[in-house]
Ligand binder design. Structure first.
Ligand code: URA
Length: 266
């Protein structure tokens, strides 16, 4: 059995409570049938640190806002790690569990300007367990570079976390099984803007049947986060004429974020 300090155990319980709270669970039932509310305070209350009892009558140093920002990013990193482990152990979609090599969780910066949402992992992603690392990922890297962005400044994730077999689209049941993971991840990552890549991402995130070509050029709201839709890089590989429209969408997004495009050739 693994040895774990009470402080570490407390931290893990806190992270689990916070993860439950973020996924919408408000109450837990006790053994004696009473209920316990998972309030933000409860999930956040820190245990006394080792040796704190001995110094409780000393004034505590003031915590700077930089400290609390770091603290909250650290906490989110821990919660995302727990969620990633939950995804890796998920067996809700029997066919995908049979055919997947790896689950593919999101990667990138927490609280970025942009989070790109794709459809589902392809073969390269399934192999490496990372999103957008195939041919369409390379094209996405070029688009990012043209926008003055690097991979570690943004976040990438997919509507579903496992590769569907035979290059088929995710089934509605698979999308719905993965929805909780997607929503919890977006709530933790908290991007300024979500950029949906392609119809699968746009239609499923926004719960619409309007095709992506009609959704482009306008911001939508998803739980308080702005959403812009554009074509998937894979469709640019098939239909290069769409590159012009994607570039229009990216320029619109970059200027909306108050960022400046790099000079040509830089
Ligand atoms: N296509 C997607 O939609 N997502 C990936 O991660 C890779 C390819």
């Amino acid at each position: 059995m693994q040895n774990i300090s009470s402080r570490e155990l407390h931290k893990q319980i806190q992270m689990h409570l916070e993860s439950l709270r973020l996924s919408g669970v408000e109450w837990l039932e006790n053994n004696n049938n009473s209920t316990l509310q998972i309030s933000e305070g409860l999930a956040h209350k820190s245990p006394p640190v080792d040796g704190e009892a001995a110094v409780t009558n000393l004034p505590l140093p003031e915590k700077s806002s930089t400290h609390s920002v770091l603290h909250s990013l650290e906490k989110k990193t821990g919660l995302l790690q727990l969620l990633k482990e939950e995804v890796a152990n998920c067996v809700k979609c029997p066919q995908l569990v049979q055919t997947r090599k790896n689950t593919v969780f999101g990667v990138g910066k927490i609280e970025p300007d942009i989070c790109f949402v794709g459809e589902a992992p392809g073969s390269a992603e399934d192999e490496k367990g990372l999103p957008f690392v195939g041919e369409d990922g390379l094209l996405l890297d070029k688009i990012l570079k043209a926008c003055g962005l690097s991979r570690d400044e943004v976040y990438f994730l997919n509507i579903i976390s496992c590769k569907p077999p035979d290059k088929r689209l995710p089934l509605p049941s698979e999308v719905s099984n993965c929805r909780g993971f997607l929503e919890k991840q977006l709530a933790l990552v908290k991007p300024k803007v979500i950029c949906c890549l392609g119809s699968c991402a746009a239609e499923n995130l926004l719960d619409t049947k309007i095709p992506v070509n009609k959704l482009r050029g306008k911001f939508y709201d998803w739980k308080g986060i702005q959403v812009l839709c554009t074509y998937h890089p894979l469709s640019l590989l098939r239909t290069p004429e769409k590159k012009k429209e994607v570039w229009e969408d990216m320029k619109f997004l970059i200027s909306h974020l108050g960022r400046v495009l790099p000079k040509l050739g830089s």
